[in-house]
Design a protein around this ligand. Sequence first.
Ligand SMILES: [Zn+2]
Length: 218
Amino acid sequence: MTEATYELVPLDCPTCGAAVAAEGEDVVYYCTACRNGYSFDEERKQLESVEVAFALAPNVAVESYLPFWLLPAKVTIQDRKASGGGFSGLMSLFLGDGGEKGLGPGEGTFVVPAFHCSLASLTALTRAYTAHSLNLGERLGERLVGGRYAPGDARKLAHYALIASEVGKPDTLQRLEYGIEFGEARLLGVPFSRDEKGRLRDSLLGAALLEPEQPTRR
Ligand SMILES: [Zn+2]
C-alpha cells in the first residue's frame, strides 16, 4: 500500500496540452480536446496511452460518461466438481453451459467499472455489461470522467465477478479451477444519467444506482 496523497494535481494532456479533468486518486483520464485516453502506470510513473471507445446510446438520457475497462479474455476450466447443473453466471457466456472439466478456452470481453463505487454495484455492473453485447462507437468529444482503477485492479474485479456469478448456490459448486488469459485493456465510456435525488444510474441497462459521493475535502 502506498501512502495516500491528497493533492489535486493539474494535469496537462501529453498529446495536445489541454487541461485534463482529474481528481486526486484518479489513474484513468480522458482528454476531451484530442479524444485520447491515458492510464497512469504505477511502475513507470508516467501516463500510458490507452485505446478508447464509447458505448453508443441512441435515445437514452446522458448526464455524463463513466469509465469502464474492456478486458478481452480467454477462460479455461482446468477442473470442476459440482453436484448439479452447468454454469449459470458469466462462466456460461465464455464457455457455454456444459461446464465439463477441460472445457475451453472460451473467449469474450469483461466490462469492468474503472470508477469507485460499492462492491455490490461493481459486481452488478460487471455482470450486466459483460453479458450485454454493446454497440461500440467512435471516441466522442464528451466528458468522460476519470477513474480510480487501473487495468490490474480491473482484472482482479473480473475474477471476482466471474466467481461471484457462479456461487449463487454454493452447495452445487464444490471445486473449480480455472484460468483467465487477458488481452490488452481498452477504456470504454458508458452513459449515465441522474435521478431526482442526484443519484447516477447507467442509462443503457439500469444495472446500478450510485449514491452521490460526498464532496471530499482536500
Ligand atoms: Zn489532449
